[in-house]
Design a protein around this ligand. Structure first.
Ligand SMILES: Cc1ncc(COP(=O)(O)O)c(C=O)c1O
Length: 388
C-alpha cells in the first residue's frame, strides 16, 4: 500500500476545519476565519470582467507576472514607502501571498538551515520551513502586550540561522511593530547575515496612531529583505488569490526560480484587475481604514460587554481576547463552548504556537472582524450572555 511522505506526516488537519464544521452545525455567527463577507472595490470587479471579455487574458500570463501588475507593485512601493523597485527584476507575482512566502523559503533557505518564526504565526509558515528541510526556531509574543523579549530573540540566532519570517501588521494579535522593535530585528539580521521574509499583507489595515514601516526601509535592510503583499488583503478579494513578492533583484531571482516550478503563472484576468486597483486614488485607502476602524470599535464593544479582555488592535482585522474571567477551560474548550452554547465561532490560537509555547495562549481566542456590521452586532448580542 503506498504511503504519504514523511515531510507531510506531521501536518494533520487544522483546527479551522473542525471549528468551521461545528460552527455550521450550530448555525453560529462565524468570526473564526479571516474571510470578509463583502466585496472589494467595484472598479476592480469591473476591470476583472473587462479583462475576461477582452480575449487578451484568458491564456497563461507571463510566469513572473504581467508587466501591468509588476509596475503596479513597484509604483505602490514608491508611492507609500519611497522605495525604488525594478518592476522587471524586483517583483514576482504569485497565486496569493501564501505561495510568495512558500517560494521565498524554497528559493532562499537550504536544508539544515534554521528559520526564526515569531509566534503566534500564520499557519503556512512552519509547513513551508519543514518542506524545505529546514528547522523552525520559535520566539513568542506574550499577552497582554504581545511583544517579544529582545534577549529571547537574540538567543534564537545561531550561525545556522538563514532567515526570519516577520509579519507586521500581525495576524492574529493586531500588533503593528514599532520602529524600535524592527530595528532590534534588523540589527540581529545584519549581525548574523540573515534574510527577512516580511509578510506585510495587512500593510493598509493600520489604525490611527500606528504606522506600518516596511523593514526593508531600515538602513542596510533592503538587500536582505523580501517583502510580500496580497490583493486578498489590500483590495479585499481573498478569492482572487493574487499576491506578490518584491525587493532586491538578487533575492527575487531565488524566489522566482522556485515559483516557476510551483505554479509557473498566476491568474491572468485577476492580475489585470489588481493592476487597475493599484491606480485607485488615496480615497480608496482612507475609506478602507475608516470601514475597518468602525468594525474594530464594534468588535471591542462586543468583547467588553461579554467580559473578555483584549488589547485594542493597532492593525489587521483580528483581535485576541482573554476569556479567563468568564470560562475555566482552555482555548479549544472555550471555542467549542462559544459555538455550542452561545452561537459564535472564534479560533483557538494554540494552533499558532509551537507545542512548547502553546500554554502562553491557552486563555486566549482570536476573533476576525472582517464581517458585516449586522453580523458583528449579532455576535455581540449573543456574547453578552457570557458575562458572569
Ligand atoms: C499573515 C498572513 N499572510 C498571508 C496570508 C495569505 O494571503 P493570500 O490569501 O494572499 O495567500 C494571510 C491570510 O489570512 C495572512 O493572514
Amino acid at each position: 500500500m503506498p504511503k504519504t511522505a514523511h515531510r507531510v506526516a506531521t501536518f494533520g488537519t487544522t483546527i479551522f476545519t473542525e471549528i468551521n464544521t461545528l460552527a455550521q452545525e450550530h448555525n453560529a455567527v462565524n468570526l473564526g476565519q479571516g474571510r470578509p463577507d463583502f466585496d472589494g472595490p467595484q472598479a476592480a470587479i469591473e476591470a476583472a470582467v473587462a479583462a475576461l471579455r477582452s480575449g487578451k487574458a484568458n491564456q497563461y500570463a507571463p510566469g513572473p507576472g504581467t508587466p501591468e501588475l509588476k509596475t503596479g507593485v513597484a509604483n505602490h512601493a514608491l508611492r507609500f514607502y519611497n522605495m525604488e523597485i525594478d518592476p522587471a527584476n524586483g517583483v514576482l507575482v504569485t497565486p496569493g501571498a501564501t505561495e510568495a512566502v512558500f517560494c521565498s523559503i524554497m528559493g532562499l533557505v537550504d536544508p539544515g538551515d534554521e528559520v526564526i518564526v515569531i509566534e503566534p504565526f500564520f499557519d503556512s509558515y512552519v509547513p513551508g520551513i519543514i518542506m524545505a528541510g529546514a528547522t523552525p526556531v520559535y520566539v513568542p509574543l506574550r499577552p497582554p502586550d504581545w511583544v517579544f523579549d529582545p534577549d529571547e530573540l537574540r538567543a534564537a540566532f545561531t550561525p545556522r540561522t538563514r532567515a526570519l519570517i516577520l509579519n507586521t501588521p500581525h495576524n492574529p494579535t493586531g500588533r503593528v511593530f514599532t520602529r524600535g522593535e524592527l530595528q532590534t530585528i534588523a540589527d540581529l539580521c545584519q549581525e548574523y547575515d540573515v534574510t527577512v521574509i516580511s509578510d506585510e499583507v495587512y500593510e493598509h489595515l493600520v489604525f490611527e496612531g500606528s504606522q506600518h514601516i516596511p523593514i526593508a526601509t531600515l538602513p542596510g535592510m533592503f538587500e536582505r529583505t523580501v517583502a510580500i503583499g496580497s490583493a486578498g488583503k489590500t483590495f479585499g478579494m481573498t478569492g482572487w488569490k493574487v499576491g506578490w513578492a518584491y525587493g532586491h533583484p538578487e533575492l527575487i531571482a531565488g524566489v522566482k526560480r522556485a515559483q516557476q516550478f510551483v505554479s509557473f503563472a498566476t491568474n491572468h484576468p485577476a492580475q489585470l484587475a489588481v493592476a487597475h486597483a493599484f491606480t485607485l486614488d488615496s480615497t480608496y485607502y482612507e475609506e478602507y481604514q475608516a470601514l475597518y476602524t468602525a468594525k474594530r470599535d464594534l468588535m471591542m464593544q462586543a468583547l467588553d460587554a461579554a467580559g473578555l479582555k483584549a488589547r485594542q488592535p493597532e492593525g489587521t482585522y483580528f483581535v485576541m481576547a482573554d476569556f479567563s474571567d468568564v470560562f475555566d477551560g482552555d482555548d479549544v474548550a472555550f471555542s467549542k463552548y462559544l459555538i455550542q452554547e452561545i452561537g459564535v465561532a472564534c479560533i483557538p490560537p494554540t494552533a499558532f504556537y509551537s507545542r512548547e509555547h502553546a500554554h502562553i495562549v491557552n486563555k486566549q481566542v482570536r476573533f476576525a472582524f472582517c464581517k458585516g456590521d449586522d453580523t458583528l452586532r449579532a455576535a455581540g448580542e449573543r456574547m453578552a450572555k457570557l458575562r458572569r
